[in-house]
Design a protein around this ligand. Structure first.
Ligand SMILES: [Mn+2]
Length: 201
């Protein structure tokens, strides 16, 4: 578990059965004024998938000061001509007390405000590196005690909307997920549990 000034993060990751390399890549960073997390899933599996998802993460790392919309646009542009990737990106703004997220393709985000799930977002279809598309971005008020569960499509529908996603301990969320989810992964699986806790007391 990574515990920053305001945000806790715990990540579960497992490769598809038979693959030693996971095609999903992720990155997160907490700074004085913001927190940024990204999860990318490369099309295909194994090494090729890892390559394109890692490129996405590398790009995001270089542009953490930009808005979610700007970052997605940059990624899309730079992935044209390469094998594509899908992306989920979340940014918390501690100053404005807002959070912004965007997903392109099969990356899910569940937001639970003090244990209560907010409406699921409708992701933009397609993938990065395809023809230019408009970017759907959601911005909402940030409240202390909000959990963000971001996951790749290796997480199955039946494993979602579980009570343990509202746990205030993100490490317990990923541990419980590891315990109760299917042992055999049919796709690369990454589940990021992120909690905006507010300043430590
Ligand atoms: Mn996948």
């Amino acid at each position: 578990m990574n515990s920053g000034k305001y945000v806790d993060v715990s990540v579960f990751q497992k490769s598809k059965k038979g693959n030693h390399l996971c095609g999903d890549s992720y990155f997160f960073i907490e700074e004085e004024q913001m927190f940024l997390a990204v999860l990318a899933d490369g099309l295909g599996s194994g090494e090729i998938a890892k390559e394109s998802s890692q490129i996405v993460v590398d790009i995001v790392e270089q542009h953490t000061d930009k808005t979610v919309e700007e970052i997605v646009k940059i990624c899309n542009k730079q992935l044209i001509g390469m094998r594509g990737a899908v992306i989920g990106i979340l940014k918390l703004d501690f100053m404005d007390q807002t959070f912004t997220f965007s997903t392109i393709g099969n990356i899910g985000i569940i937001v639970l405000e003090n244990g209560v799930p907010k409406k699921r977002n409708i992701p933009s279809s397609g993938y990065l590196g395809s023809l230019y598309r408009s970017v759907k971005v959601m911005t909402q008020k940030l409240t202390k005690g909000t959990n963000f569960i971001m996951f790749s499509d290796g997480v199955m529908d039946k494993e979602l909307s579980k009570y343990f996603f509202k746990d205030d301990n993100v490490e317990r969320i990923t541990e419980t997920y590891a315990q109760y989810s299917d042992r055999t992964r049919h796709d690369d699986t990454t589940l990021m549990a992120i909690r905006y806790r507010g300043e430590k007391g």
